[in-house]
Design a binder for this molecule. Sequence first.
Ligand code: ZN
Length: 248
Amino acid sequence: MRERMNVTVWNEFYEERTYPSVSSVYPDGLHVVLGQALAEHLSPEAHVRVALQEEPEHGLTQAVLDGTDVLLWWGHLKHDEVSDEVVERVRRRVLDGMGLLILHSAIESKVARALLGTSCKIASWRHDDSELLWTILPGHDIVRGVPNPVVIPKGEMYGEPMDIPEPDELVFISSYEGGEVLRSGCAWQRGKGRIFFLASGHEESPIYFQPEIRRVLANAVQWATPPAQPQPKVTRKGEWPRNWWAEA
Ligand code: ZN
């Protein structure tokens, strides 16, 4: 495990305050439950903070992004209201090494489209379908400790073709009770940054409360965390390690 992971959970935080079908599942917001899932698996190494769309600069100043190892992105109905400036800031930070988790409907977000280069549109969707999340790469870090398949009793069908670039690694596919399938766990490298898309996570169902999904999220954060920067090998009076740079 990494020494320290700085994780920022970004949320649109609109439907939880607008629609009873969502607020009944996530009364405090999806970001709270996502953050709890990570803390459950990654404490004390992970430091989790939240950024919301309504905040100035959507909570994603350059300083916040510079201090973020992995960013989780949850959005659905307000993609178009995300500023292009912030999208560009996120894109550059991923190219520079920050990990990015694209969650559920966020596959159609500006951030996802900017980094993946396609429309990312799904061909169809349907609420209240059951889903089986099948592991395709059994040795992958993201599936460690995850049963195969993960059974999601009620979620949302997303149908292919989904207009994404070919994943570098296809980690999961999902099948739905209507017979459709989806490339539901996709990994890409962009610049120095690792990107993972997990489709499961419909906002009207308690999917982010499921232990198996929480495990996937935590695994994905660890996988996407950039390697620690090597420390400068400076010795002073034979003392090592010392934070010489902090004494200036
Ligand atoms: Zn949904």
